[in-house]
Structure formats: C-alpha cells, structure tokens
Design a protein around this ligand. Structure first.
Ligand code: RVK
Ligand code: MG
Ligand code: MG
Length: 314
C-alpha cells in the first residue's frame, strides 16, 4: 500500500518501471504462454531468476523518452518537437513495429512522415506503439484528466491515427494519471473511470470485465498481441490484479508470452506510478543498461518532468 510516497518517487517509478518491464519482457517477446509456463512456476519465480546479463530496453522505452523530453522542453505535446525527438532518438536495432519503422525513417529523412502514418495501414495504425510510450503524459497532466485524454491523442498522431491506436494510448495515460494520484486505489472506480471515458466498446467492455478479474490465470483472455486492443487492457488488468506488487504485475504480464516487452512496459509504468521507484527490485533496476539514455538518464528525465509538474501546479 503506497502511503507516504512522494510525487517525485512516483514519476521516477513510472519511467523506470516502464523501462525495466520493457527490458525484462524483451527477453521473451514472441514466446507462447505454454513455453513461459514450462520455464517458470510463477511470476515470482521469473522475477527471482531473470535471464543473465544486462537488461536492454527496446523501442517502447526509447519512444517514451522522446515523449518525456518533449514535455520537459515544452510543457505539452508540441508535434514538431515530438517528431524531432523521435527522429533524434531513433535506433532501428531497438526493435520497432513494421509500420513505425517506415514512419520514423521518413521523419529522420525529412520526408512527409504523415503520408506514411495515413497510408501504410487502412485507417492508420492500431498497433500498441502510441500506448507503449504515453506514460509521461499521464504523469505531467495527472491533475487534469481532460488534458490527459487530449494530450495522449496529440502524442499518438505522428505515428498512430487509427481511433483504436489513439484510444489505447489515452487509456494507458489515464491509468498512469490515476495510479500516480492515489494512496489507496479503489479498484472498481479506477476501472469504471477508464471504461466510461472510452468511445469504443473494444476498450470499455474489456475494462469493465478487467475490474472484476480475480485470477491471474484469466489475464490471457484480454490478449497478448501487438494490436492496442490485444494488449492495453491486458496491461491495465495485470496492474489491477496485483496493485501492491510491481514484481507480480510485470511478472504476470510477461508470463502471458506474445508482446511481452510492451505489455510489461505499460503495466510496469502504471505500477511504478502507484508504488514509486523503491518498489522496483534492486537486482533488476541495477541491471538496466546505463549508457547514454540508460537508467541514470531516465531517472533524471523523470525528475525534470516532475519539476515541470511542480511548476505548473505552483
Ligand atoms: C516489434 C492491419 C495493423 C493495422 C491496421 C499491425 C514493437 C501490423 C513494440 C503492424 C511493440 C503492427 C510494437 C504494429 C509497437 C497496425 N491493419 N494491421 N490498420 N495497424 N497493424 O507497425 O509502433 O515490437 O501488423 O504501427 O504500433 O515493442 O506491423 O508499430 O510491440 O500492428 O512494435 O503496428 O508497434 P506499427 P507500433
Ligand atoms: Mg519493444
Ligand atoms: Mg513489444
């Protein structure tokens, strides 16, 4: 139960919780739930026995860094600055989505990236790429849920214009905002607030079902795929099942297999925003990469974002 956790610890917990979930989950991306079940007895078993070696984060964290940098620089989502941060930070070896790579390469080359965002997939992308990176928006605008919803939409548009891609990001941003604001989470009102904001039954229905979830064996019913509708509610549900344990939250998310880095990144961001940075196991956090934009950089970025938030509420 997160009593007495200061707001700055929650900002840092959110961004490092995202990065650790992403980096640990990345080891198991694309595995089947059966494989995961054979390899680990439980979420705790996975957390206690992570794969050896340094934890390297993927596109999820890399793009969340771009969102956070934009918010620190501008105090809101500025499209031009956001795209320039995405382009400056783009490292294809971090493992981006098929369509996202094309859009980001166009940004890097100074071409019309909007053309690709609009035309690569019919109606635009409904991948989970906007949701995986949106957590900083939930932090900065945590006191104004209308602003969270609108700024999350703005943060999606450079790459994801499909309404389901956008709404997935809005759900994760609002989940972070609420989680970062409460000492004692009221599970049913948390899920109800998220569900009632949604325009799409693809989110509102599963979110209401997730609010009644009791058994981690049913988490997989919400999906483990790369589409926002097959991963966003799953991540929120993983948090809702074990709100008082970051480790169980990301462990259960990863045991689902499939898009493990992203589901654990989103679940880890919400959990870290609720429980604060001290909840993240030291053996995982200390193993997170620490070059250039590694854990020291991410920690300072979260503190700078908190500074922006403190200035805004002053
Ligand atoms: C590799 C049909 C569509 C679609 C549409 C499918 C990284 C495509 C991260 C597409 C995340 C994929 C993930 C991902 C984030 C999307 N019709 N299919 N309208 N819209 N898809 O390319 O940033 O892992 O199969 O926009 O959302 O860790 O390739 O990328 O797991 O969803 O990628 O959508 O991906 P993209 P993204
Ligand atoms: Mg990834
Ligand atoms: Mg992924």
């Amino acid at each position: 139960m997160p009593t007495g956790i200061c707001v700055e610890e929650r900002f840092v917990g959110c961004l490092l919780g995202l990065a650790v979930g992403d980096a640990l989950g990345a080891h198991f991306e694309g595995q089947s739930p059966d494989f995961m079940e054979r390899r680990y007895r439980s979420a705790t078993d996975l957390i206690d026995h992570p794969p050896p070696g340094e934890l390297w984060y993927t596109d999820d964290t890399q793009m969340a860094i771009g969102v956070a940098e934009t918010l620190v620089a501008c105090g809101r989502i500025d499209d031009e600055v956001l795209c320039s941060r995405f382009a400056a930070n783009y490292l294809p070896q971090r493992g981006y989505g098929r369509g996202a790579k094309v859009v980001l390469q166009a940004m890097c080359d100074g071409e019309d990236h909007r053309f690709w965002a609009e035309n690569l997939f019919e109606g635009g992308s409904f991948g989970n790429g906007a949701a995986m990176r949106v957590a900083p928006v939930g932090l900065l605008f945590r006191d104004d849920h209308d602003a969270v919803w609108e700024q999350a939409r703005q943060s999606s548009l450079p790459t994801h214009i499909h309404p389901l891609g956008i709404e997935g990001a809005q759900v994760i941003a609002l989940a972070v905002a609420i989680a970062s604001s409460f000492d004692q989470l009221d599970r049913s009102s948390f899920f109800e607030e998220l569900a009632s904001r949604c325009a799409s039954v693809e989110y509102s229905g599963p979110l209401r079902r997730a609010g009644r979830l009791e058994d981690d064996r049913d988490l997989g019913l919400f999906g483990n795929g790369i589409e926002a509708t097959a991963s966003v509610v799953t991540a929120v549900a993983a948090f809702g099942l074990t709100p008082d344990s970051y480790e169980e939250t990301i462990g259960n998310a990863i045991l689902l297999g499939g898009d493990t880095d992203t589901i654990a990144a989103m679940a880890g961001a919400i959990s870290g925003a609720y429980l604060g940075v001290n909840t993240i196991a030291g053996h995982l956090l200390n193993n997170l990469e620490d070059r250039k934009q590694g854990r020291t950089y991410i920690k300072q970025l979260a503190k700078n974002l908190h500074g922006r938030h403190a200035d805004a509420v002053r």
